[in-house]
Write a protein that binds this ligand. Structure first.
Ligand code: BEZ
Length: 324
C-alpha cells in the first residue's frame, strides 16, 4: 500500500513537472493585414515568448482574417480551437456590452488622451468579467487611431451623410451612432472595405488615419472628414480554456508579454497619428476638420442609449476628466 501511494505521488509530481515544462505552439489570429501595427506587435510578442521560454513555446500568427472574421475567431477562442487573438474591443463588446462605454463620442480629446484612458485602472477592471461572460482572458489593451470619415462625395455638413451607405465595423455602439445621424450604416469587416469603397458598394467609410493612408482608401474618396469622433481600442486575448491548462509560470510569462506588446501599440499610434493625417491632407482631396458640433443631436442620442446599456460609462467619463 505504502509503495502504491509512493508511486502515485511520484507520478503526480512528474505530471505537474511535465505540465510546467510543456512546450506549446500557440495560434494567434488577427483581422489586420501583415504590415499593420497590430500584426507586427503579435509577431514581436511571439519572438519574445520563444526567447523567454528558451524555445519551448512558439506563436504562429495568422493575420488578415485567415482564421475567419473576428466573430468567428471569438467563437474559436471560446472552444479553445484558437489560443490567442489581438482583437478589436468592438467585437468583444458585442458579447460584453459594458465595453461599449469606450465608444462614447468624444470621450477622448485626442489620441494621447485615449491612451491614458485605456491605461487606467477603470479600463483594466472592465476586462475582469470576460472569462465568465465571454470565455476569454483579456490581458491588456492596445489601440488603433481615432475614427474618421472618408466619403466618395462632397461632405460639408452632417446632413450630407443622411442616407449614405456608410461602412462601419460590425458592432453596436457605432451602429447606434450612425443611425442617430440618419446615415445608413453598413457593417463590414476590415478586409472587405477597400473593394466596397472602390466599386461604390458603399458611399463612405468609418476608418482610422493609418488605414486611410497605408491602405490608400483616400484614392477612392472625394472628402476626408477628420472628426476624431471615437477611440478604437484593441485587446490581447487568450482562450479561457487554454489559459486554464497553462502552468502558473506560463500564465505569468504570457500575460506579461501580451500586455507589453498590446500596450506598445498605444505608443505607436500616439507617435504616428499626426503624420498620417498630414500625409492624407497632402493628397489634395477635400479635407474637413470638424468637432462634436458637426454631429448635432446624434451625440446626445447616443449618450441616452448607452448610459442605460453600459454601467461603466460614468466611471470612464470620470477617468477621462481626470486624465485630460
Ligand atoms: C476596422 O474595422 O475599421 C478596423 C479593424 C481593426 C483595426 C483597425 C480598424
Amino acid at each position: 500500500m505504502k509503495r502504491t501511494l509512493g508511486l502515485i505521488a511520484t507520478a503526480a509530481a512528474f505530471a505537474v513537472a511535465t505540465t510546467a515544462a510543456q512546450a506549446a505552439e500557440f495560434r494567434l489570429g488577427l483581422l489586420t493585414p501583415p504590415p499593420h501595427i497590430w500584426t507586427k506587435a503579435a509577431e514581436a510578442f511571439g519572438a519574445e515568448l520563444a526567447e523567454k521560454s528558451g524555445g519551448a513555446h512558439s506563436v504562429a500568427v495568422f493575420p488578415a482574417r485567415q482564421l475567419g472574421n473576428e466573430a468567428e475567431m471569438l467563437q474559436q477562442l471560446q472552444t479553445g480551437a484558437l489560443d490567442m487573438a489581438f482583437m478589436t474591443v468592438a467585437e468583444v463588446s458585442n458579447r460584453a456590452t459594458d465595453l461599449g462605454a469606450f465608444y462614447a463620442p468624444y470621450l477622448a480629446d485626442d489620441i494621447a488622451h485615449a491612451g491614458r484612458i485605456l491605461r487606467s485602472d477603470v479600463a483594466k477592471a472592465l476586462l475582469e468579467p470576460l472569462p465568465g461572460q465571454v470565455g476569454v482572458v483579456g490581458l491588456g489593451y492596445g489601440m488603433a487611431g481615432l475614427r474618421q470619415i472618408v466619403s466618395r462625395g462632397e461632405v460639408n455638413s452632417a446632413a450630407d451623410l443622411t442616407g449614405l451607405k456608410l461602412r462601419i465595423t460590425p458592432f453596436t455602439p457605432i451602429l447606434d451612432f450612425y443611425n442617430a445621424l440618419g446615415a445608413a450604416p453598413t457593417p463590414m469587416p476590415l478586409p472587405a472595405v477597400y473593394d466596397a469603397l472602390a466599386n461604390g458598394q458603399v458611399d463612405a467609410i468609418d476608418m482610422d488615419a493609418e488605414l486611410i493612408w497605408v491602405l490608400k482608401y483616400y484614392e477612392h474618396a472625394d472628402t476626408i472628414v477628420q472628426s476624431d469622433h471615437m477611440m478604437f481600442p484593441m485587446v490581447g486575448l487568450v482562450s479561457a480554456r487554454v489559459w486554464a491548462g497553462l502552468s502558473e509560470e506560463d500564465r505569468a510569462m504570457i500575460g506579461e508579454l501580451i500586455a507589453k506588446y498590446v500596450d506598445g501599440t498605444i505608443d505607436s499610434y500616439v507617435a504616428k497619428e499626426a503624420g498620417w493625417l498630414e500625409q492624407i491632407k497632402g493628397t489634395g482631396k477635400a479635407y474637413k476638420k470638424v468637432d462634436a458640433s458637426f454631429f448635432g443631436s446624434a451625440i446626445d442620442d447616443w449618450n441616452a442609449i448607452w448610459s442605460k446599456k453600459a454601467p461603466s460609462l460614468d466611471a470612464l467619463r470620470a477617468v477621462a476628466a481626470e486624465t485630460k
